[in-house]
Design a protein around this ligand. Structure first.
Ligand SMILES: [Zn+2]
Length: 254
């Protein structure tokens, strides 16, 4: 099975690229054709078995990742509370749900989507953009600094994420995680007041921008090699309806 990237005009590409160079972040709207995005959304949001999700928490005594299964209820509760007790958005403290790798031969829609994001077709498309992570070199004759465009390669690490009531991801930099971090948003009709909003330090202004998780948008930001870039995902309202969640496929391209 394959997926199709939504059509973009050269003007749209160039406008996004200018934003990426200036702010260090961009959100490509309607990244995939709508049928492709819907297919992935339906599987991850509706059809995937609950036990394919893992609770990820920091800090915690022993476990950082635990399968969501009734037999783990006690442990899940403990992890949930330990991370909640240390809730502090200024630090790398988190609790949210994510998926783990499946067997290499798995043909589920999530695995297909992950393979597609790592395919030559998708990476070639993304390499139209200028990902500058600060690997500048100095021209020995003129002393002029030349920034090198960083190509992405087909070995990114990807997983799905789910933020429900009380989930959060405190401030961190993604240093050493890859060249570019990305979030492919799978939630429809999200409201900003639910929380779950990405906050990202703008390269130009140094201020935190907020990025709304628009369905089928691909948010990408560069990770400066020396420093990383501070960002966080705001806490989801504790009383949010249990049927609602902020879903995405996210990870890093190397
Ligand atoms: Zn799979």
């Amino acid at each position: 099975m394959s997926f199709v990237i939504g059509k973009k005009t050269p003007e749209e590409i160039s406008e996004l690229n200018e934003k990426l160079i200036r702010d260090g972040i961009m959100a490509i709207p309607n990244f995939l054709e709508v049928e492709s995005a819907e297919k992935i959304r339906k599987f991850i949001v509706e059809d995937m078995p609950p036990s394919w999700w893992f609770l990820a928490t920091v800090p915690t005594d022993q476990y950082m990742l635990q399968c969501v299964h009734p037999q783990n209820d006690e442990m899940l509760k403990k992890m949930w509370e330990q991370a909640g007790d240390k809730y502090d958005m200024s630090k790398l403290v988190y609790r949210f749900y994510r998926t783990n790798s499946h067997h290499e031969t798995c043909t589920c829609v999530e695995c297909d989507a992950k393979k597609y994001f790592n395919s030559a077709e998708c990476i070639d498309f993304l390499n139209q953009f200028s990902f500058d992570i600060g690997n500048a070199i100095t021209n020995p004759e003129t002393g002029e600094e030349i920034s090198i465009k960083d190509e992405l390669h087909e070995n990114g690490s990807l997983f799905s994420t789910k933020y429900t009531a009380g989930c959060f991801l405190g401030t961190h930099t993604d240093k050493y995680m890859g060249k570019v971090a990305f979030v492919f948003n799978l939630t429809k009709d999200w409201s900003e007041e639910y929380g779950g909003i990405l906050h990202h330090t703008n390269k130009q202004t140094g201020q935190m921008d907020t990025i709304y998780p628009e369905f089928n948008s691909l948010v990408m930001f560069t990770i400066p090699v020396q420093t990383g870039v501070s960002h966080y995902v705001s806490r989801i309202k504790d009383d949010l309806d249990s049927t609602l969640g902020r879903y995405a496929i996210s990870g890093w391209f190397k």
